[in-house]
Design a protein around this ligand. Structure first.
Ligand SMILES: Nc1ncnc2c1ncn2[C@@H]1O[C@H](COP(=O)(O)OP(=O)(O)OP(=O)(O)O)[C@@H](O)[C@H]1O
Ligand SMILES: [Mg+2]
Length: 664
């Protein structure tokens, strides 16, 4: 049976009215991946132009196979037989062919073509049977996301393993349906994989209802991410100043202090003394010797001990001029402890929870019927959001590494441009570093990324280029479109010309997890599972005075307490943050440093490092030096001028290339 006969047999299964073969046009021009056709007058006359709209898949029946091509653009201008230029031209992207294997007699769709169409050959619309041969491969673990825009009888499927193992991105302007698509895709994945491990970073608390009782929703109140689980660089980013010289001094002090605090806690567990009873002078030598605990060991310590060790070190200083970095650290710690928004770091000090509990809850180990955890960051300050993303992403990477890939994890980053921004002077060094690392190496360790963003041009460039499946929804900004164009596989970029006109909940899907780029109408998500991101109802709310005294009391209570649910601990209006003693907050430091940024900060960076007063007279370890240099790199990156925005597609491509090859 020939290919054409095989297709005819498949078509015969359909009800006769389902498919009427229409000749759309004739080939006028063929290149290696493109063809131009002139559309038949009869198609225009019979109002059948919808059969050749952008994104539609057409076929050319050649002697050996059926060549499959997608309409990527349309224009008026072909000359008809009478020399009138009222015809219509369509540009086609040649995608693949349906052929019958000579030996197995199996008819299948393949990417790429061996027999090209010739000039003058007819181009037809495709039947549902042919489309389903292309899009619905049997025997593969797939999820259903919607229906083909071209033919609603064809289910749009993506292969789960390809989607997850090589990362995916969902890109689109605000309101285009990204969050609903995220919810649909994750629900479909979890339906088929009830023992999954998915962590969703949810900065606006949109998803708490989207997964019903399958989700563990962790918010600011229930999050437990103690300082001891941060690695040293993350701790320094939280506690140290942003001014380079000051940060260097504080880093070196913290190195010593944290190591001792960990060893002190470990000692108190073994000896049964509480650390508050111990005199530091008595255990000094013992703490220096406990080499099995290093700075990055995930071993608990108490903030109380950190303050005690800092006080002890200050007491042993000979020169009072060296007290400043110690005081700054103490003040920063006190400020953070006093701020209820940072409770998730400082609570449970009296009896730190074990790493099994903390990591187990976030990554669903064991799953206990909730394979996804939604980290609701809506109550967390934006600077802390970066830290939480960095710490959780690093924990995912470590878990995958130490479990030898037996626990694959998916991290879904909503609003990814907020914590992995392209502009290096913004964001957080540790977050950028770990997400870039997962983007590049995660596949080998079983950590996958889902990047969701409305501003691909503001995203860290190498991360988007590592996503091998892209769901591109309506996207109106041209610069953003260029970033998506540069990231989609070669040959498919032309298909993006209609991104600005896609409807809500309509998407183009490109990449490894689909056989061909497809234009999909995403399934409708039931109202109760929709992410609650609806816009404010201006006209409705402006009909009556909603600012009642009761409402305003609640608003200001929350505002003062910096919690959506006050009633627990609250801070008075004259909290330490506002007092001069609290002047060391990061934003204040940033403002103070703003005057100096640029030239003078670069001068500071080039100065030889100053040796900080060390109460024990010992030299600072090599590890501390290395970490100090990482912190210095971060500051250097922040000090450098923001990159210029690439305007053209080739600018974007060359920027992505250089980002890809650079070791971040
Ligand atoms: N698959 C869908 N099923 C049902 N409704 C949808 C779907 N996709 C989009 N919508 C509708 O469109 C609205 C906006 O969708 P959504 O919140 O997903 O957009 P978004 O791209 O995430 O926007 P933003 O960037 O502002 O977060 C939803 O509130 C919903 O009413
Ligand atoms: Mg959204």
């Amino acid at each position: 049976m020939t290919t054409v006969q095989a297709i005819q047999t498949a078509n015969a299964i359909q009800p006769p009215a389902a498919y009427k073969q229409v000749e759309i046009g004739r080939i006028r021009n063929v290149g290696s991946s493109m063809a131009t056709i002139s559309i038949n007058k009869s198609v225009i006359r019979n109002s059948q132009l919808h059969l050749a709209q952008i994104g539609t898949i057409l076929k050319v029946v050649t002697s050996k196979s059926i060549v499959v091509a997608m309409v990527s653009s349309l224009r008026i201008g072909a000359e008809d037989e009478d020399g009138m230029s009222d015809g219509c031209l369509a540009q086609l992207n040649i995608m693949g062919e349906i052929t019958t294997n000579e030996t197995t007699r199996e008819t299948k769709f393949f990417r790429g073509v061996r027999s090209f169409p010739v000039l003058g050959e007819a181009v037809y619309n495709m039947s549902s049977a042919e489309l389903s041969m292309i899009f619905n491969r049997e025997n593969e673990a797939c999820i259903e996301i919607g229906r083909l825009q071209q033919d609603s009888s064809i289910i749009a499927k993506v292969r789960v393993d390809d989607l997850l193992s090589k990362h995916f991105a969902i890109i689109g302007s605000t309101g285009s349906g990204k969050s609903c698509t995220v919810a649909l895709v994750l629900q479909a994945i979890l339906d088929k994989n009830p023992m999954g491990h998915v962590v969703l970073f949810d900065p606006h608390n949109e998803y708490s209802k989207s997964f019903g009782d399958r989700a563990e929703v962790i918010n600011q109140e229930s999050l437990d991410l103690p300082l001891w689980i941060f690695d040293f660089v993350e701790t320094c980013e939280l506690l140290c100043s942003e001014i380079e010289d000051q940060a260097r001094e504080e880093t070196e002090i913290l190195h010593e202090v944290l190591l001792k605090a960990k060893r002190l806690y470990d000692r108190s567990l073994k000896s049964g003394d509480t650390s508050s009873q111990v005199k530091l002078d008595d255990v000094e030598a013992e703490l220096q010797r406990a080499t099995h605990i290093t700075l990055d060991s995930p071993v608990p310590y108490r903030i109380r001990d950190v303050s005690k060790i800092i006080d002890h070190a200050m007491g042993r200083l000979e020169n009072a001029n060296n007290l400043a970095p110690y005081k700054r650290l103490k003040r920063r710690i006190a400020t953070l402890i006093a701020d209820p928004r940072y409770d998730f770091i400082f609570k449970n000090q009296a009896s730190p929870r074990p790493i099994e509990y903390i990591v187990g809850r976030i990554f669903r180990l064991p799953v206990r019927g909730k394979p996804i955890s939604c980290l609701d960051f809506s109550g967390i300050p934006s600077e802390a959001l970066n830290i939480v993303v960095a710490v959780v992403s690093r924990l995912a990477f470590e878990l995958a590494t130490w479990s030898e890939r037996k626990i694959p994890i998916l991290l879904v980053c909503e609003e990814a441009h907020r914590y992995i921004p392209r502009d290096r002077s913004m964001g957080f060094h540790s977050t950028r570093k770990i997400i870039s690392r997962i983007a590049k190496e995660g596949r080998k360790y079983g950590v996958s990324l889902g990047i969701i963003s409305q501003r691909p041009s503001e995203l860290e460039p190498s991360t988007l280029s590592q996503c091998s499946t892209i769901f591109s929804m309506r996207l109106s900004n041209e610069l953003d479109q260029n970033f998506v164009r540069a990231a989609v596989p070669d040959g498919a970029a032309e298909l993006l010309s209609f991104l600005p006109s896609l409807g809500t909940a309509e998407t183009m899907v490109f990449g490894e997890s689909v056989n061909l780029p497809m234009r999909v109408i995403v399934n409708t998500l039931a109202a109760e599972y929709r992410p609650h991101s609806s816009s404010a109802q201006f006209t409705e709310l402006w009909q009556k005075d909603t600012a009642t005294p009761e409402l305003m009391e609640k608003v200001f209570d929350r505002w003062r307490a910096r919690k959506m649910n006050p009633g627990g601990r609250s801070i008075p209006v004259s909290a330490p943050r506002a007092a001069p003693a609290a002047a060391h907050t990061r934003s204040n430091v940033r403002q103070n440093a703003g005057v100096n940024q640029g030239g003078s900060q670069r001068q500071m960076l080039s100065r030889a490092p100053q040796r900080v007063a060390n109460p024990h007279g010992g030299s600072v370890t090599r590890q501390s030096g290395a970490i100090a240099s990482q912190v210095r790199d971060r500051l250097k990156a922040k000090a450098s001028a923001p990159p210029t925005v690439p305007q053209t597609l080739s600018d974007v491509k060359s920027m992505l290339n250089s980002a890809f090859h650079k070791n971040i």
